[in-house]
Design a protein around this ligand. Structure first.
Ligand code: GLU
Length: 516
């Protein structure tokens, strides 16, 4: 094993995975692949009060959609499992005990009333940050203040207790972050965090450090919100005797609201009508009520466009290049090019990426979207026809569903005509041209290609001495119902002779001519 890069994405299954979490997963994945290392998915489910049914499955499905395939995970297994923290409970206990035995951690028996009373006392004494720390712990009920006998007795009687880390009073904790460089914190600013809860479960801090060590994680790449916990983790590594193999840290910048004012939240998405989650999901909120989380997938974003979009939220390649597929991202990615400051979320950028990816997607890969829509509307068409339609429509589409929405006229004759075009462009001259055009198209013996469609139209126009620009909107109107759209000759060719003849006939019959 030795120098192999091993990174992990360690979400807690507490609900839908925010887009920021997907970005964290992606950066870990890119870093792993770039360094020919391993990407591990670990589920951090030690906080049973926050556990949400279905959340793990949501996470797996979201990663799968994005194209992030873990090398080790709860479902694939691996040499370092189990990969769900709730299944690793005994391991944490052992290390918590080790810390207690070495004098780096202690039992604390304080009740929640006693803790509240302590905080109130400190607040009354104008202590800015009332906390359980190197000073206050000496006034509390713990194995540092109680006699050995008392402690033994309490433990034997089954009295509830937690284990707290004994943070030294005056020490400087230093860590080198790959993005932020040196981070220094004085232990006087730190509190004696609980590392083992009264239910025998470790807290995030202990579990995270123990697992990162046992799973031989080399780099911890995670959100900025964990930076304040990092010094505590450094202390844990030190006290557990693992300092020399401590992973390197990289804390990623926050994803900000579109105006840059604070962290991007579900509320921003709901307010502006854009998704901030990878895929749709329904999960209970804090009050237990089910809430709907809207996903990029269901909104019509292609997974590669979405991945490209989030990759550039906080990282830049140092060049002008914007379009990267997963391979390209792996190639170009480096943690050093991740910025320190928050990245503003701009949905227009996501839209732009989607358009770019839609344009170059092979038509054959897009037929599925159209077929689904056709099925729902009891319509059908041959693959060949669908591919021709897609080729024509995708230039103007943002989402795959636009192919159907904007291309409905291919599948059924218009029963409405754009009022503005009728008013401005529907006149006797246009009807004259259309009448004749309908005849020559109907009489055509060969296939109606786009070139042929144009040739015939030009002939009619020349004969009637009408300039093309004057009647084109009316011709289009008669065939599609709209005054504008993609290449009309191509549309005519796709529809075929029969449909064109029928549609022109319908239009002439049903659109009234105003008196000129
Ligand atoms: N379980 C933590 C979370 O939900 C993981 C933090 C970390 O990566 O250390 O984000």
């Amino acid at each position: 094993m030795g120098n192999e890069v091993r990174v992990r994405f360690a979400p807690s299954p507490t609900g839908a995975l925010h887009i920021g979490g997907v970005r964290t997963a992606l950066y870990n994945y890119l870093f792993a692949k770039k360094n020919k290392g391993k990407f591990i998915l670990r589920i951090e489910d030690t906080d049973q009060t926050r556990f949400v049914e279905g959340a793990e499955q949501y996470i797996t499905e979201a990663l799968d959609w994005v194209g992030i395939v873990p090398d080790e995970s709860p479902s694939t297994g691996g040499d370092f499992g189990p990969y769900r923290q709730s299944e690793r409970k005994p391991m944490y206990k052992e290390y918590a005990q080790q810390l207690v035995d070495a004098g780096h951690a202690y039992y604390a028996f304080d009740t929640s009333e006693e803790l509240t009373a302590m905080r109130e006392r400190l607040t009354a004494a104008r202590v800015a940050q009332p906390q359980y720390n190197s000073i206050t712990r000496m006034q509390m009920k713990n194995s540092l203040t109680l006699s050995e006998e008392e402690v033994k007795e309490k433990l034997a009687s089954g009295a509830p207790y937690v284990i707290r880390l004994k943070v030294p009073r005056k020490e400087e904790v230093r860590l080198k972050d790959m993005i932020r460089d040196w981070v220094m914190v004085h232990t006087s600013q730190m509190d004696d965090k609980v590392i083992m809860k009264s239910d025998g479960m470790p807290t995030y801090h202990l579990a995270n450090v123990v697992d990162d060590h046992l799973m031989q994680i080399t780099h911890v790449i995670r959100g900025e919100e964990w930076l304040p916990s990092a010094p505590l983790h450094v202390l844990l590594y030190k006290y557990l005797g693992w300092e020399s193999s401590m992973p390197q840290f990289a804390h990623l910048p926050l994803l900000l609201k579109p105006d840059g004012n604070g962290k991007l939240s579900k509320r921003d998405g709901d307010k502006h009508g854009f998704p901030v989650f990878p895929i749709d999901g329904t999960f209970p909120n804090k009050d237990g009520d089910n809430e709907q989380f809207n996903g990029f997938r269901e909104a019509g974003y292609l997974p590669d466009a979405f991945t490209n979009f989030i990759a550039l939220l906080g990282w830049n390649p140092g060049t002008e290049q914007e379009i990267f597929n997963m391979e390209g991202l792996v190639e170009a990615f480096s943690v050093e090019r991740v910025g320190k400051s928050g990245a503003k979320f701009d949905i227009n950028k996501a839209i732009w990426f989607n358009q770019q990816y839609l344009k170059v997607k092979p038509n054959s890969e897009l037929t599925g979207f159209l077929k689904q829509a056709l099925d729902q509307n009891n319509l059908s068409a041959s693959d060949e026809k669908l591919e021709r339609i897609i080729e024509l429509m995708k230039e103007r589409a943002t989402y795959p569903q636009d192919l159907f929405e904007q291309g409905k006229f291919f599948f059924s004759s218009p029963n409405e005509y754009d009022a503005k075009t009728v008013k401005k462009k529907w006149n006797e001259t246009a009807v004259g041209v259309l009448t004749q055009y309908r005849e020559v198209v109907g009489a055509l013996q060969e296939e109606l290609t786009a070139d042929k469609a144009k040739e015939l139209l030009v002939e009619v126009l020349e004969q009637l001495e009408v300039p093309m620009g004057k009647v084109m909107p009316a011709v289009r109107l008669s065939i599609t119902g709209f005054g504008a759209g993609p290449d009309l000759m191509e549309i005519i060719s796709i529809l075929g002779k029969e449909a064109v003849v029928e549609r022109i006939g319908n239009a002439i019959e049903s659109i009234p001519l105003k008196n000129e």
